[in-house]
Design a protein around this ligand. Sequence first.
Ligand code: HEC
Length: 198
Amino acid sequence: MKLFTALATSTLLAAPAFAQEMNGDAANGESEFARQCVSCHVIADESGEVIAGRNGRIGPNLHGVVGRAPGAVEDFRYSDAIVAYGELAPEEDLTGTAPTGEQFETVVWGPENTMAYLQDPTAFLREALDDRRARSKMAYKVRDEQVAADLYAYLATFSPDFEMGDEMAEGDAAMGDMDEMDHSMDDMTGETETETAN
Ligand code: HEC
C-alpha cells in the first residue's frame, strides 16, 4: 500500500512539470506514426476515409483515441486488460496518470497515461490494474519518451474537442484528488470485486 500511495503522490506532483517540459511535436509524431505504427494501426475518420496508414488491422483505428475510454472501438477484439482499464474510474488508475475531473466518469486516454502506455503497454496495464497477469495485445514499445510525447501530440490533433480538466494545474484541486485517492486505496485493500461489480 505504501508503495502505491508514494507512487500516486509523486506522479501527481510531477504532473505540472510534465505539462511544461513534455511538449510534443505533432509534426514529428506524424512521421513517427508512419514509421512505427502503421503496420498495425490505421487512422480513418467516421466516414471511413483513411488519413494515415495502410489500413492496418492488427490494432484498432486510432482516430479520436485521445479523450476516449481505452478499449472502446466497436468490433475490435481487445485484451481483457485494456477493457478493464477503460472501465475504471480515473482515481482507480493505480499509476495515477489518467485525466481526473468531474467530466471524466471513466479513464480516458490523456497525455500521461497514453505516453506511459506507449512506452510499455503490458507493464503499464499491470501497474494500473495491480494485476501482474494483465497483458496488452499491443506487442510494441516506443523507446523514447520524447517520441511518445510527439506521438501523443499527433494523435490529439484528431480529438480537437478534448480538454484536460483544470485540476492538474491547481494545487488545491490536486490535494483534493490525493485525498480521494487515499480513500479508494483503502477500499481496495478490501474486496476489489465489490468495487468493480455492478
Ligand atoms: C505490432 C502491432 C502494433 C504496433 C506496431 C503498434 N500497436 Fe498500438 N495496439 C496494437 C494492438 C493489438 C492494440 C490493442 C491492445 C489490447 O487489446 O490490449 C493496440 C492499442 C493501442 C492503443 C489503445 C487504443 C484503444 O482503443 O484503447 C493506442 C493508443 C495505440 N495502440 C497506439 C499505438 C501507437 C502510437 C503506435 C506506434 C508507436 C502503436 N500503437 C504501435 C498493436 C500495435
